[in-house]
Design a protein around this ligand. Structure first.
Ligand SMILES: C[S@@+](CC[C@H](N)C(=O)[O-])C[C@H]1O[C@@H](n2cnc3c(N)ncnc32)[C@H](O)[C@@H]1O
Length: 428
């Protein structure tokens, strides 16, 4: 039998095979061409189906477990999961079942499981949609849930999981006036100035994209550059800059920005984003740990981290990772912080941030830095800005942002942010 042309459902299951089976992340899979043979609208659909399936995996597995005597091979399981999530969330039963049966029927290895696919998905179509909404909100995988429950407690964990399950709206940062951008795009302005769109569609088709009037940036991710409070003409180093959301904010404020990142491919995205928005920054592809420029008035260090604050947008992360790489990241963050401090002018300020929910990459990192560097202080006053709830300010003087903040508006990414200042030496 000739192979079927690839379909969005088939490719959604292939993405799941690679995420769960090979520990690879969605952006890496997209970049490596997993969806290249699909037409553009099917690429978006395959990605959406895979994301929905990851978010709803626990529910899908519960529903499927009633109809499976033992777990099938991963590839078959993932096709069943994609089909189950679609069937239980309003998908057309006939279309979903027929398509999934056709996909498995032409599979080189599992073609003989066509009957199983048909029987199980038909039962899911009968029973699943009613059961789906009665099942609990899916929980995070244990390797991540346990440290987060320890850090925040069960109640907060449940609230964060609710927001993870709901997914994320589209957030834009305006180059100019947020009110004008909200009017043009039909969005709303959040208390910190980000414009939020509930129903976005294709990003590049939104008004002002070609003119470079805005860029995509989660509301929480926009806060580090705001609390750094860039001034026109200041020399500012954006130390882990790509893809460049924060570089654009600093450049839009009129600062003289140096954007640095170790990855040449990711740095290309900074260059493209600067070109689209008509903003300027000096771009360097270099290791942050060996950079010897400056001294700078201010530095923004958005350090590489576990990215556990971004699960609303990246539900693949808990399935692809197991926490084993995080120790090395924590050491790298510490080394970057120490090196960045050596590049500051006396009295200069450094914003340290990570899109992580793990205190070891945030609160603990700053407590340790304050202990290592006499004369270094956490500037609480810099965090008192419009839209920032004082309750988000932590004991050591940083800002802890969580996905369940603004839950009724769609939440925000989890972030930790601290503004550090080196007190100038006192005259005797
Ligand atoms: C959290 S992302 C930065 C996001 C970016 N600040 C933004 O707002 O668009 C972390 C970045 O650190 C970069 N990175 C990792 N190790 C690095 C190193 N040793 N030196 C410089 N950049 C590094 C990665 O390539 C990645 O682009």
């Amino acid at each position: 039998m000739p192979p079927l042309p690839p379909s969005a459902r088939h490719k959604a299951a292939v993405l799941l095979d690679q995420i769960i089976g090979e520990g690879r992340l969605m952006p890496e899979l997209i970049a490596s061409g997993t969806l290249d043979r699909l037409p553009p609208e099917d690429r978006a659909r395959a990605q959406r189906l895979a994301m929905d399936t990851l978010r709803g995996m626990e529910r899908a597995d519960r529903i499927l477990s009633k109809f499976l005597r033992k777990p099938p091979p991963l590839t078959v399981h993932n096709l069943l999961r994609v089909g189950t999530v679609e069937l239980c969330t309003g998908g057309d039963a006939h279309g979903v079942v027929n398509d999934m049966v056709a996909i498995i029927g032409r599979h080189r290895r599992y073609g003989n499981l066509k009957g199983l696919m048909n029987a199980v998905l038909r039962k899911v179509a009968e029973d699943g949609p009613r059961k789906w909404h009665d099942l609990r909100i899916p929980r995070l995988r244990n390797w991540l849930r346990e440290p987060l429950v320890k850090a925040y407690g069960q109640g907060v964990m449940n609230a964060m999981e609710k927001v993870h399950f709901a997914g994320a709206p589209l957030d834009l940062t305006a180059k100019g006036d947020p009110d004008a951008l909200a009017k043009a795009t039909g969005g709303t302005v959040l208390p910190t100035g980000t414009v939020r769109l509930r129903e976005a569609g294709q990003v590049s088709a939104l008004p002002g994209y070609d003119a470079g009037d805005w860029w995509v940036q989660d509301a929480a991710a926009a806060i580090p550059a705001k609390v750094l409070d860039p001034k026109p003409g200041e020399a500012i180093l954006d130390l882990c800059a790509a893809p460049g959301g924060k570089t654009l904010q600093l450049a839009a404020a009129g600062a003289t920005v140096t954007a640095l990142d170790v990855s040449a491919t990711r740095m290309e995205r900074v260059t493209q984003n600067l070109a689209r928005t008509g903003l300027t920054a000096a771009c360097l592809t270099e290791d942050a740990l060996t950079h010897s420029g400056g001294p700078y008035d201010a530095i923004l260090l958005d350090a590489p981290c576990s990215a556990t604050g971004t699960i609303r947008r990246h539900p693949d992360l808990p399935f692809a990772k197991d926490g084993s790489e995080f120790g090395a990241l924590i050491d790298l963050q510490q080394a970057m912080l120490d090196h960045a401090l050596s590049l500051l002018k006396p009295g200069g300020r450094l914003v340290y941030c990570t899109c992580s929910l793990l205190p070891d990459e945030g609160e603990v990192q700053i407590e340790d830095a304050l202990a290592r560097h006499p004369g270094l202080v956490a500037d609480r006053a810099a965090l008192e800005r419009p839209g920032i709830d004082p309750a988000w300010i932590t004991e050591e003087g940083g800002l802890r942002l969580r996905p369940d903040y603004w839950a009724d508006r769609g939440g925000m990414d989890g972030f930790y942010i601290s503004v550090l200042r080196r007190e100038p030496p006192k005259d005797n």
